[in-house]
Design a protein around this ligand. Structure first.
Ligand code: FE2
Ligand code: FE2
Length: 222
């Protein structure tokens, strides 16, 4: 029970932080072009769905590993970070009025199921799944950071007339870079906790990678 309350408190705090960072004196920059707005919507939609999925995958794993002396703190730490990622994208999605993925109920069930089944199959298989997922997500965030760096720097500051990032885009880039680094830590943790001892490693790794890539592709569009 206290865990559920803690998760809600953590989400509310993350959301409040983002709302406080929003500009209050109207726009500071040229409006986004149609293509920029469409891309940004896709970024928020897929990242919100992905972080919701990550939150629930670790929740599923915690049902099993919450009883393990060795793994409880490890999973808990990664889960806490995913809760924060999820809350941040929830707030961005609401703040920027982006419609959530229509498949949200399916992401919830699929992610929790993946975490739970991985946990039931054992530490090595659960960690190999984490290794695959975090590899795909790290690459996904790097791609977004490249596009945001290259295609969003042509907007005029309404005061100075110079082309710079708006506070809103700078904020999103900063968040994605931080989360990318944390996902990369999760990848290292999975390897440290025997992901590569799973048998057959290549099959589990490639299957979960393909599943994750398919989910990312779909959540960007639906
Ligand atoms: Fe995450
Ligand atoms: Fe992660």
């Amino acid at each position: 029970m206290s865990l559920i309350l803690r998760r809600f408190a953590s989400r509310a705090a993350s959301g409040a932080k983002y709302m406080a960072a929003k500009p209050v004196n109207g726009p500071t920059h040229d409006a986004l072009s149609k293509a920029q707005k469409a891309y940004l919507d896709r970024v928020i939609r897929v990242d919100q769905a992905g972080e919701l999925g990550a939150d629930l995958i670790y929740a599923g794993q915690y049902v099993i590993f919450g009883h393990s002396k060795e793994l409880r703190p490890v999973i808990r730490h990664m889960w806490d970070q995913e809760i924060h990622h999820h809350a941040t994208f929830d707030a961005l999605q609401k703040g920027l009025r982006v419609r959530p993925s229509l498949l949200t109920p399916a992401w919830k069930v699929g992610a929790f199921g993946l975490g739970l089944v991985g946990g039931i199959l054992g530490k090595e298989i659960a960690m190999a799944s984490t290794e695959a997922i975090e590899t795909v997500i790290g690459g996904h965030y790097n791609t977004q950071l490249r596009v945001l760096a290259n295609n969003f720097n042509d907007r005029k500051d309404l005061k100075t007339g110079e082309n710079t990032d708006s506070a809103e885009i700078a904020n999103i880039k900063k968040k994605i870079a931080t989360f990318r680094d944390q996902e990369s830590e999760h990848l290292s943790t999975a390897i440290k906790y025997d992901a590569q001892k799973a048998r057959p490693h290549w099959l589990i790794y490639e299957t979960v990678k393909l599943l994750t890539k398919t989910a990312v592709w779909t959540a960007e569009r639906v």
